[in-house]
Design a protein around this ligand. Structure first.
Ligand code: IPD
Ligand code: CA
Ligand code: CA
Length: 255
């Protein structure tokens, strides 16, 4: 519980920083991988790490902006201080703060906080997923009514675009929302039915995958075989009910 409470508090602290910079015209820099970064990303990460260190001084960290810091314990915190920076700098309120803690490489507690709307998604291994403190499950929606979204990632863009253009033969609606952490959270609380991810970074989804699994969702490799954190950055996440449809959709477009 202390891990979860710290994840939540740290995500909210990061969110306070991000919210303070939102719609202020904060300058953007372009990183080597061509993604944007701002002072909000960097200061939020500092606030998150300071909060966690105050509780767990010997834990390790992997932060998108500050990189890897080894700790003396079996726990590592994986942090994306602002997931959806492109949305953030364009005044689109779909961005979140993602904080997860791994125990021996596997997520055990997670929080995703959306500052606009003050919305919190959290999960602890074996104890379910919570949306603003209330337990939630994935939807029971079938393919005919399903909405799915995509983590465009950096790799296999061509293939992803071909999958995207073919979606309607498999499920009803598609979206590119631009924040993988929130997209996994939306799936977990039954807002969407699936999320197809072809190549992100572990900080984009470390919290989101626990939040989905603890809400009863299913995550597999693109070919439908079981996926676990550490297996790689491409996967299909769904409510389970439409999973086979998504696997066949991906299989219909060769890599
Ligand atoms: C981005 C988001 C987005 C994904 C991009 C990521 P960032 O993260 O997760 O959904 O499509 O590939 O880079 O850069 O805003 O933290
Ligand atoms: Ca991200
Ligand atoms: Ca980020």
């Amino acid at each position: 519980m202390q891990l979860l409470n710290t994840a939540i508090r740290a995500a909210q602290k990061g969110g306070e920083v991000v919210a303070r910079y939102y719609e202020t015209g904060v300058a953007r820099e372009v990183k080597d991988d061509k993604s944007f970064v701002t002072r909000a990303d960097k200061e939020a990460e500092e606030a998150i790490i300071t909060e966690i260190k105050s509780q767990f001084p010997d834990h390790g960290f992997l932060g998108e902006e500050s990189g890897k810091t080894m700790g003396a314990s079996e726990y590592t915190w994986v942090i994306d201080p602002l997931d959806g920076t492109s949305n953030f700098v364009n005044g689109i309120p779909i961005f979140g703060v993602s904080v997860a803690v791994l125990q021996q490489g596997s997520p055990v507690a997670a929080a995703v906080y959306q500052p606009v709307g003050n919305t919190l998604y959290s999960a602890e291994k074996g104890k379910g997923t919570y949306w603003n403190g209330k337990p939630v499950r994935v939807s029971n929606g079938d393919a005919q009514h399903a909405m799915i979204s995509f983590g465009p990632g950096k790799k296999e863009k061509e293939r992803l675009n071909r999958i995207f253009s073919r979606v309607e033969s498999y499920v009803k609606t598609k979206r590119y929302l631009g924040s993988a952490a929130l997209e996994l959270a939306f799936l977990a609380r039954g807002g969407t039915e699936g999320f197809i991810c072809l190549g992100l970074n572990s900080w984009d989804y470390a919290a989101g995958v626990l939040i989905v699994e603890e809400a009863g969702g299913l995550i597999t490799h693109l070919d439908g075989t079981p996926w676990k954190f550490g297996d790689g950055d491409s996967f299909i996440a769904s409510n389970g009910k439409i999973h086979d449809k998504l696997v066949s959709l991906v299989a219909s477009v060769k890599g």
